[in-house]
Ligand binder design. Structure first.
Ligand code: SF4
Length: 258
């Protein structure tokens, strides 16, 4: 393991230390698709500012109501809006879904199978996906990394927050802008499995320890080089570092999310 960086260390050193330490803390996980490429794409679109349960409900109701993607594409718009009513903005998302399905139908000849993206260069796939309405860098990166092991890095609000607090990202870098910044930094260093673990670990960290309000810094193994910690508590003392748990304790703290 490389030496723990200082609070003033360069962004790359901090990002790599974060990667190494959280690999150990949460455990390395194999790159695995959590759902089919079509489901990843459409569910992530539906998930915008929507709970996971409501996103799943909308997805299931949509396919129950219209049978398959061809049916969703041909559905009367008002009926589709009604089917996905548990999402935050159904009237915005429904026409987007139909436009996306129309483009996928054109590209695939009606199979609605995104597996052709496996053979496309990463940049081409990224451009094709982000050209669709409502599909940003995060959603496109999730599909390309999770389903096709392409060397990209999805940045959600959790990853973004942890990176800003550590000082890897500047305070004014938005989530969207963070994608190229972090990828430029880490792509030369990490393969797709490393990028997948970087995403997963920092996502879990933001959800389970580095909360938006009142982060649980005593439990955090990154305190020795985190700018937020320095600003709020001063340099981590040897006692504080020694008291930090070495691993995520599922028995005491609960199972990690998907
Ligand atoms: S030390 Fe605190 S603020 Fe810094 S990454 Fe850990 S939990 Fe977040």
């Amino acid at each position: 393991m490389p030496a723990t960086p200082t609070y003033a260390a360069a962004p790359l050193d901090k990002a790599l230390a974060d990667h190494t330490i959280l690999d150990d803390f949460y455990g390395r996980v194999p790159t695995a698709a959590r759902r089919t490429p079509m489901r990843e794409l459409i569910s992530t679109l539906l998930s915008h500012r929507t709970t996971h349960a409501d996103e799943e409900l909308a997805y299931d109701r949509m396919l129950e109501a219209f049978g398959d993607w061809e049916g969703v594409l041909a559905a009367p718009l008002d009926d589709l809006i009604h089917a996905i009513r548990t999402t935050r903005w159904p009237a915005t998302q429904a026409p987007r879904i139909q436009e996306i399905l129309g483009r996928i139908k054109t590209e695939t000849g009606g199979s609605f199978d995104l597996n052709f993206l496996a053979d496309w260069p990463t940049e081409r796939g990224m451009t094709w996906l982000t050209d669709m309405p409502g599909i940003g860098l995060k959603t496109a990166s999730l599909v390309l990394l999770f389903n096709f092991r392409k060397p990209v890095l999805p940045v959600d609000a959790h990853v973004h927050r942890v990176m800003q607090r550590l000082g890897v990202l500047g305070p004014k870098v938005s989530v969207e802008k963070a994608h190229p910044v972090l990828l430029d930094l880490l792509k030369p260093e990490l393969d797709p499995e490393g990028l997948f673990n970087f995403h997963k670990h920092n996502y879990w960290h933001g959800q389970q320890i580095c909360f938006f309000q009142r982060p649980n810094c005593p439990r955090c193994p990154l305190k020795g080089f985190c700018n937020y910690y320095l600003e709020h508590f001063g340099e981590a003392t040897p006692e504080a570092l020694a008291a930090t748990p070495a691993h995520w304790d599922a028995a005491a703290w609960g199972k990690l999310p998907h």
